[in-house]
Design a protein around this ligand. Structure first.
Ligand SMILES: [Zn+2]
Length: 426
């Protein structure tokens, strides 16, 4: 059977959702059946047909544009990868893009430090549209398209027009038939309850202005290494985490005319009343990009330093003492590898303290800001040789999480020895 391909598609403009390709193929280009449209654009019928994260992007590039060389651009300009990549270190962004191109879309959650229950806070369960964008699109090209940033939950207004977004089509089909109705924007407005909206204010306007730049500009201050430095500078300038939290929350209340708890609840920022404290304590993960946008506005208004360094994407070793001999010992022990692994694993930024935390799982997970179970999973992913090198470096004692993990791996062997010993004695 010869696969259907498009090789022709009205050009998607930057910020148009990749999903538009299937809708347009069905509705405007060939007037095919749904299955034919999916196959022509994506090469297959199943999967997450809204293509929010660009699952199948390599195939789409081949089918839509003739070869696979456009996959990276499609990811950056037409999927949520293009939004969240700003909050990732260079190596993690690269490996995530490679995973997406290879069709391993499950890596999305790990790269973002998200759990399946976080998905609803990242992208809207409805496709959303702006009435003025629809009119402008019709005038410009004759048909409207779904916009990527309209689908981000933490943005409930159109970034170009400021209009509140309308919720439209919802997913149809069961969990194994995750196909979206192939409507164009404006055709299928759902009658759903209006969410708890954030009222217009100077603070909200500044926040939305930052979001406008997300698909076209580089935003190096969102990168992990820069963000850690910005948060540390803010805490140190404002006299500690407690007073920095108070000061920034007061600023947000003034600028947004809404308390932080209400803003985070409405925009699903995570952390609710503690959103600011979580950022200042480096509990931030890539999925929390919207919270970093919110904090940026406040730091800016308070005249605090925002680091926007492009150099050294790596998480720096964070040592209170900063003694050179200790730095060297840690480097030799492979702490950098440990921090890179934490980065790949989507652990909160506070994982830069891992090198300093010579204690058990409970204390370390609390300090880093993750569940005990997540830290155990992370430890379980480490190579024995890496754990052994960390232990040999004398940075970690016998009571540390590193030693516990090594002991856990040794256990089955010990059990085997115990079992075999009596046999040997017989
Ligand atoms: Zn609009």
């Amino acid at each position: 059977m010869t696969l259907r391909r498009c090789y022709f598609m009205p050009l998607l403009r930057t910020g148009d959702l990749l999903f538009n390709a299937v809708v347009l193929q069905r509705r405007l280009v060939d007037r095919t059946t749904i299955h034919e449209a999916l196959e022509a654009v994506r090469g297959s019928v199943g999967g997450l047909a809204r293509d929010l994260f660009g699952h199948n992007v390599t195939e789409i590039s081949k089918h839509l544009l003739g070869d696979s060389s456009h996959a990276e651009r499609l990811l950056q300009e037409h999927t949520l990868f293009g939004v969240f990549r700003h909050a990732l270190s260079g190596p993690v962004a690269t490996s995530w893009a490679e995973d997406l191109k290879a069709g391993r879309h499950l890596s999305c959650l790990q790269s973002l430090g998200a759990s399946p229950s976080d998905i609803g806070a990242l992208s809207s369960p409805y496709l959303r549209s702006c009435r003025q964008c629809i009119d402008a699109d019709r005038e410009l090209q004759g048909f409207p398209t779904w916009k990527l940033t309209h689908q981000v939950v933490a943005v409930d207004c159109c970034l170009d027009h400021g209009a509140v977004l309308d919720s439209e089509s919802r997913l149809i089909g069961g969990s194994h038939v995750r196909i979206w109705p192939l409507y164009l924007p404006g055709e299928n407005r759902a009658s759903c309850t209006t969410p708890d909206l954030v009222p217009p204010s100077d603070g909200y306007a500044a926040y939305l202005r930052l979001w406008r730049r997300v698909l076209t500009d580089e935003l190096p201050w969102l990168k992990p290494s820069a963000w850690i430095q910005s948060m540390q500078a803010a805490v140190s300038k404002l006299g500690g985490v407690d007073s920095a939290t108070r000061e920034i929350e007061n600023d947000i209340q003034r600028a947004w005319r809404t308390p932080i708890g209400k803003i985070s609840a409405a925009l699903l920022l995570g952390g609710n009343e503690n959103a600011v404290r979580e950022e200042l304590s480096l509990r931030s993960r890539p999925k929390d990009i919207a919270r970093r946008m919110l904090m940026h506005g406040s730091l800016d208004r308070l005249g605090l330093e925002l680091v926007a360094s492009n150099e050294g994407d790596q998480r720096e070793l964070l040592l209170s003492a900063g003694r050179e001999d200790r730095q060297l010992a840690l480097r030799n022990a492979g702490i950098e590898e440990l921090l890179n692994l934490a980065d790949q694993f989507g652990l909160p930024l506070a994982s830069i303290r891992l090198a300093e935390l010579d204690s058990g799982f409970a204390h370390v997970s609390q300090t880093v800001g993750i569940h005990n179970e997540s830290l155990r999973k992370f430890a379980a992913s480490m190579e024995v040789s890496m754990l052994q090198r960390l232990l040999d470096s004398l940075q970690f004692s016998a009571e540390s999480w590193v030693a516990s993990e090594l002991a856990r791996r040794d256990k089955p062997q010990q059990a085997k020895v115990l079992r075999t010993t009596p046999v040997a004695m017989e």
